[in-house]
Design a protein around this ligand. Structure first.
Ligand code: ADP
Ligand code: MG
Length: 421
């Protein structure tokens, strides 16, 4: 069977650290980067007799997420104990949600690069998103052959977002992860810092002969903390599974790790089943009850979402779906663009978009600046776009004026044009 006869199937589980000030079941700080174990309270390190108390802010953020993806917010959900042994988990169990998660269903729509310079629309359904606590960290360096344990991360609130197995390529998985990453920052529930582990992806990957109804056996690649690693790990895994099957082998369900240095995945453990965790409701925690008044309030406080704003950019400003999506990649970009159009006028929305996504983005990238720190303001950019539109200056001169604005050589495009003739 040739390579093209295989279909790839991917489902992602994404762990997002919620940006609450304190932990999900204790008052200890969640700030990143403190000295080891100074932010591990009695609850986090599981001293005998302590009781967890649920952080309302974590639930608030789960609600925000659920409403943003059109999911059902469970009026009543249950915290369960997921039992397993690991040095970074002193309780011997993780408090998570199992049978009744707080967020159920929902979907997001994304644009996926088609590999030929274009894009296509793809809808990915979400299975659920549940609240749980993060574990601590084992440190393997600097301990002369031993390991250290840092429990500062223990008890940090996580929202684990689980997708249906709807993705059919690494490109779709990356586009999905990027869209979720943008969304959780947009609704301000997670700082999105992937280096610090605030947003970590597990990719479940299987292959099947095209046309076959049942899914193949999956392997789960754990803890991918960059979009590039996600892409590379899936590419490697797909190749590995296809070659294994074509050589007469069978894929065994397993949990694997990706090694960025070798670009390979390797088995960590054979996959455990749910019953191995002996889930049961945590007797220390009441059911989580969310009434409709709470849901309605959160709904009312949600900002205009990227999908809605993007649709407005297409409809009112005549932008392409791709441009509209690019300009809604973050709230900062969208706000900059909206401020520029507010000055230049809707008729110049398209050239404003081109300048924001083109010269400005390139210049910010080169200077490693966020758009919020742009030396050229939206008003200045709008003024420049207007002078090009009314033929006061050419596009080529416009680039020089842009550079002058960037360098602070004048307060506005008009001032620079006057001063430099
Ligand atoms: P578990 O909780 O044991 O990890 P789930 O059934 O909850 O298992 O699925 C976890 C993830 O794996 C989900 O994102 C789901 O979409 C995905 N998944 C399930 N079956 C497959 C498969 N055959 N191929 C690829 N992904 C899959
Ligand atoms: Mg899993």
């Amino acid at each position: 069977m040739s390579r093209t006869d295989w279909e790839v199937v991917i489902g992602l589980e994404i762990h997002t650290q919620l940006n609450t000030a304190s932990k999900i079941f204790s008052g200890a700080s969640t700030a990143f980067g403190a000295a080891p174990n100074v932010q591990a309270s009695a609850v986090d390190i599981a001293l005998p007799g302590v009781l967890p108390v649920l952080n309302r802010g974590a639930v608030e953020r789960a609600n925000r997420f659920g409403l943003a993806i059109g999911a059902t917010i469970a009026p009543r959900s249950i915290f369960a104990r997921k039992n397993y042994f690991y040095p970074d988990l002193p309780k011997g169990y993780q408090i998570s949600q199992y049978e009744l998660p707080v967020v159920q269903g929902g979907a997001i729509t994304l644009l996926v690069p088609d590999g030929q310079g274009g894009h296509y629309e793809k809808r990915v359904r979400l299975t659920r998103a549940h609240l749980e606590e993060d574990a601590g960290k084992s440190l393997h360096e600097d301990f002369h052959g031993m390991s250290g344990i840092d429990l500062n991360r223990a008890g940090t609130p996580l929202l684990e977002i689980v997708s249906e197995p709807d993705m059919r390529s690494a490109a779709e998985a990356v586009a999905y992860a990027k869209a979720l990453h943008a969304l959780v920052r947009w609704i301000d529930i997670c700082d999105g810092n992937m280096q610090e582990g605030s947003f970590r992806c597990d990719a479940n990957v299987s292959v099947r002969p095209r046309g076959q109804a049942e899914f193949g056996t999956r392997r789960e690649i754990k803890n991918l903390n960059s979009f590039r690693f996600l892409q590379q790990a899936i590419d490697y895994e797909v190749q590995y599974q296809i070659e294994l099957i074509e050589d007469g082998g069978k894929v065994q369900q397993a949990t694997v790790l990706f090694d960025p240095d070798s670009g390979e995945t390797r088995a960590m453990r054979s996959k455990e089943d749910a019953h191995d965790y002996r889930y049961f409701p945590d007797p220390d925690l009441l059911p989580l009850v969310i009434d409709s008044a709470w849901i309605e309030r959160v709904k009312g406080e949600l900002p205009e979402l990227p999908a809605a704003l993007s649709a407005r950019f297409e409809g009112e400003y005549g932008l392409s779906a791709y441009d509209a999506t690019t300009l809604t990649a973050s709230r900062e970009i969208a706000e900059f663009y909206l401020a520029a159009v507010a000055v230049a006028g809707t008729a110049l929305a398209k050239p404003c978009a081109n300048w924001v996504m083109g010269d400005l983005a390139a210049r910010l990238n080169k200077a490693e600046l966020d758009i919020a720190a742009s030396p050229v303001s939206p008003e200045q950019l709008a003024g420049l776009v207007q002078r090009i539109a009314d033929n006061t200056i050419s596009n080529a001169i416009g680039k020089k004026v842009f550079e002058a604005l960037w360098n602070g050589e004048g307060a506005s495009a008009d001032a620079i044009i006057d001063a430099q003739g």
